[in-house]
Write a protein that binds this ligand. Structure first.
Ligand code: 5GP
Length: 194
């Protein structure tokens, strides 16, 4: 998506350890107009799918997912990071390894808000190694809901998450895919024909 790629080129900062900082429009200060354009693009890419719920994970996914939920006219549910899991009957639970914080989180979604009747579009800000997405996919599987698609703002195509998810047959739509980046500011985007 050109407008997102242009913004990453203009305002993204490449840090050591393959981290792209996009705090000025995606992760700290938020550009709601940009989110609206992203949501419209996902609406086009997932047209015809019977999506009745958006699922994301706190924290950075939430703001984007809310705008997407408005575009699809459906509720948004976010998976919560829990300090410790009380194994109870009320929640689906899984563990996620965090790329940015390098630790393992317990993550929960209440059974009240996800079930076999749901057709879910998963939304998140970044896809790197795919741990966050794998965790969300686990939760959806436990709930008996159907994954209709996955929308990611920025995929780091040189990490393995995208390939893993596509191998599993999911419709994964990343609005910008970075194939290479370096601390001197060079960012190479993958061509996507759509
Ligand atoms: P994964 O689980 O795919 O390895 O990483 C996904 C999560 O890590 C995203 O939800 C995002 O919060 C964070 N993340 C991964 N790589 C980056 C990055 O380069 N920049 C930022 N800002 N967040 C990242």
């Amino acid at each position: 998506m050109k407008v997102l790629e242009d913004r990453i080129r203009k305002d993204g900062i490449v840090r050591a350890g393959n981290v792209l900082k996009v705090d000025s429009f995606l992760n700290h200060q938020l550009d709601a107009d940009l989110f609206e354009e992203m949501a419209m693009e996902w609406k086009r890419l997932f047209a015809g799918k019977p999506i009745n719920k958006i699922l994301t994970i706190e924290t950075s996914g939430i703001a984007i997912a809310v705008v997407v939920a408005r575009e699809f006219n459906v509720p948004v549910v976010f998976a919560k990071k829990a300090k410790s899991i009380n194994l109870d009957d009320d929640n689906y639970t899984t563990k996620i390894q965090s790329f940015t914080h390098n630790k393992v989180f317990d993550v929960i979604v209440s059974k009240k808000y996800l079930g076999p009747e749901d057709h879910v579009l998963i939304i998140d800000d970044f896809l790197a190694n795919g741990c966050a997405l794998m965790g969300l996919l686990d939760l959806v599987k436990d709930s008996g809901a159907t994954v209709e698609g996955i929308g990611i703002a920025i995929e780091k195509g040189f990490q393995r998450g995208g390939a893993l998810i596509r191998e599993k047959g999911y419709q994964l739509e990343s609005l910008a895919i970075i194939d290479a980046m370096s601390e001197d500011g060079t960012i190479v985007f993958r061509e996507q024909n759509r």
